[in-house]
Design a protein around this ligand. Structure first.
Ligand code: TXA
Ligand code: MG
Length: 320
């Protein structure tokens, strides 16, 4: 099978109706999308991504009007969050209706659901008329894709099409909020900052990495990882100076690091914007990872706004 990159929404819809799996742009990252109600498509997603069956998928719907078909008993706080942030990068964990297949939720009583803010994703959802399940379109554990070409390179020959919607404007995954015992809890930091969520909900607890995946904490800890060893450093310059003989990549927030020897540097936002840095993060990691470096040193970000999300991803991608 040849993997085609195209912006033809009708073609994408035709593949989805045939229960195929395709690459789909969203405002966060590209997803590996299939018809949520097709057992064949759902099984293909797990197989192509090499994702463990216990790790549930996110259901994408075109609007709040489609929500009642898939979930019930929506807490008031969840309604406030979706009114404020949908379409957009917040995923809510809500009690599922029986129509949602257990394979999608990995047997859990809740389903993760969101309305993406990408015009092509919305058009595709409206055209097909069925919800789409879509995990990030990367092999399990590796860096998420923010361009169509990343998806085509990961899954060349395994999927028929990547719908090309350009670069993902947010560049990091959605923030996931669940409501165990009715109280909002952040399960995954993401493209909407904790501060923006707390402005609606009041103070919320953020699950620690291991808590979020009680079934397999160690296994899911390493995620979002480049092939090159990655280190998250409090002081990138000091770390780099320890390894003058290595071929080093450095990832920083707003300014390059002066090491006195040659390194490959990626500065995510010279203007110091956490949103621009988040949008640039995975693309920069993909670029550094292609250089065949010995080591990537990432400077820890200020732990506020989307800096928190960036640190979370770097920590999970780090092997050192
Ligand atoms: O921005 C995003 O959320 C992207 C785009 C494509 O929409 N999708 C994405 O999907 O990041 P994925 O599969 O890579 O990450 C979904 C996360 C997984 O860590 C999964 O464990 C968690 O959501 N999840 C899904 N359903 C859940 C549930 N019912 N309870 C707890 N966690 C759940
Ligand atoms: Mg993912």
């Amino acid at each position: 099978m040849e993997t085609v990159i195209s912006s033809d929404i009708e073609l994408a819809a035709a593949f989805l109706r045939q229960e195929a799996v395709i690459g789909m742009p969203t405002e966060t990252v590209y997803g590996l999308a299939g018809n949520a109600f097709s057992p064949k498509a759902v099984a293909s997603i797990f197989a192509i991504k090499q994702r463990p069956a216990f790790n549930p998928l996110i259901l994408h719907i075109p609007g709040i009007d489609a929500l009642d078909d898939v979930v019930k008993d929506i807490p008031e706080t969840a309604t406030e969050l979706m009114r404020r942030f949908w379409p957009g990068p917040i995923t809510l964990l809500l009690p599922k209706r029986p129509a949602v297949p257990d394979t999608v939720t990995a047997g859990k009583p809740t389903v993760a659901v969101r309305v993406p803010a990408h015009p092509m994703a919305l058009a595709l959802l409206r055209t097909t008329g069925f919800p789409l399940v879509a995990p990030s379109a990367n092999p399990f554990g590796s860096i998420s894709p923010t361009r169509a070409i990343h998806v085509a390179e990961y899954f060349d020959g395994l999927i028929p099409l990547v719908l090309d919607g350009g670069e993902c404007p947010r560049g990091v995954e959605s923030t996931i909020v669940g409501f165990p015992n009715g109280e909002p809890v952040v399960y995954r930091l993401g493209a909407i900052s904790l501060e923006a969520i707390e402005a609606i909900t009041g103070p919320v607890r953020v699950l620690k990495i291991a808590e979020a995946v009680p079934d397999a904490p160690g296994m899911l800890l390493r995620h979002y990882a480049p092939r090159t060893p990655l280190m998250l450093a409090d002081n990138a310059r000091e770390e780099a100076l320890k390894h003058p003989n290595l071929n080093i990549g450095i990832l920083t927030f707003d300014a390059p690091v002066d090491t006195g020897f040659e390194t490959h540097q990626e500065v995510l936002s010279p203007a110091g914007s956490d949103e621009i840095a988040a949008a640039a993060l995975y693309d920069a990691l993909h670029r550094l990872d292609r250089l065949g470096l010995d080591l990537i040193i990432a400077q820890r970000f200020p732990d506020e706004g989307l800096g928190r999300t960036i640190n979370d991803r770097l920590l999970r991608g780090a092997r050192l």
